[in-house]
Ligand binder design. Structure first.
Ligand code: CO
Ligand code: CO
Length: 321
């Protein structure tokens, strides 16, 4: 994708505060001294069987990039692909109702949308939020010594691949579905209360891919402690059984030359850290003196978060046990 974008003319405008060239979560455009628009779009094919759940997850995932920039969600537009001749309209109604309910929870007003006839269902949302131009969170502010905090366990790519192969029991289907449908609103609230140096969300490129974007933009390296990284139940054992999505394998191949894994962290552990997440948590770089306060505030806001490592000098990622 970077190769494609590199061939396009760059947008330049004095009020374009964050554009696509910095691999940040969303674009930011200043309207006036106090207000900037934050805009992003995401849509995809179903990763769960229940259409209502799929609608909820798609919107939680789309709006996550607003939370990762510190923005307050404002409006949304549905983006729908649907095989109108092959599936009953009730399926589409359920998808849209799930999306509408999640949008309402996020405080998004849905203005409308667009539907095209498509062989495979697809759903997502273009979302707009507002932020004060001086209070934008980017992935570029991390400093050596900052602690890294992650607000959702890893493994949604592995578990949803197991769903597609009929290998996951109903309890775990419910668990991973609920996690993906959970907004990053409470996590963002805690970050706003305590403050942080850099924030992003963990989605399609996995923890390692999104951490590399953050370290590259911040001009630092990072050390992760594998045993401190929260994983969904069965994530590691699915990786060991080779129940691995193609996107996760591609992610690992893409980042491997920039990561030093301590001996003992074998392919399954590496795959879990590269697992392509749907609607993953926030990844936060916070000053060491504020980390305890952030973890406390996250807990008070009902978010299960973990300190998983720190930023270090250099440009490489280290993963230790
Ligand atoms: Co993002
Ligand atoms: Co996105």
């Amino acid at each position: 994708m970077a190769q494609v974008l590199g061939q396009l003319p760059r947008s330049t405008h004095p009020d374009l505060l964050v554009g696509f060239e910095t691999s940040d979560d969303a674009g930011v455009f200043r309207l006036n001294a106090d207000t900037a628009l934050v805009q992003t779009v995401d849509f995809f094919t179903p990763m769960v069987d229940d259409p209502y759940d799929f609608g909820q997850i798609a919107v939680a995932n789309a709006v996550s990039d607003l939370y990762a920039m510190g923005a307050t969600p404002l409006t949304g537009l549905n983006i729908v692909g649907f095989p109108l001749d092959e599936l009953p309209p009730s399926v589409l109604v359920a998808i849209l109702r799930g999306g509408a309910d999640k949008a309402a929870e996020a405080g998004l007003t849905v203005l409308g949308g667009h539907t095209v006839d498509d062989a495979e269902p697809k759903f997502g949302m273009a979302v707009t939020g507002l932020v004060h131009p001086a209070r934008i969170w980017t992935n570029a502010g991390g400093q050596v010594g900052d602690r890294l905090v992650l607000t959702k366990p890893l493994g949604t790519g592995l578990l949803t691949t197991a769903i597609k192969r009929d290998l996951l029991d109903p309890e775990l289907i419910a668990l991973v579905t609920a996690q993906m449908a959970t907004l990053n609103a409470a996590a963002a609230h805690a970050v706003r209360a305590v403050g942080a140096h850099a924030v992003t969300d963990v989605t399609g490129f996995g923890l390692l891919g999104h951490l590399l974007e953050l370290t590259r933009a911040s001009g630092v390296g990072a050390r992760l402690r594998f045993s401190d990284i929260p994983l969904l139940p069965e994530a590691l054992s699915l990786a060991k059984q080779d129940v691995v999505p193609g996107g996760t394998e591609k992610n690992l191949a893409h980042v491997k030359s920039r990561v030093d894994f301590v001996p003992g962290l074998n392919l399954p552990e590496q795959l879990v850290l590269a697992d392509a997440q749907t609607s993953g948590g926030l990844l936060i770089a916070v000053a060491p003196g504020s980390c305890a306060a952030l973890l406390e505030q996250l807990e008070a806001d009902g978010v299960q978060a973990a300190e998983i490592g720190e930023l270090i000098p250099g440009e490489r990622l280290e993963v230790v046990l």
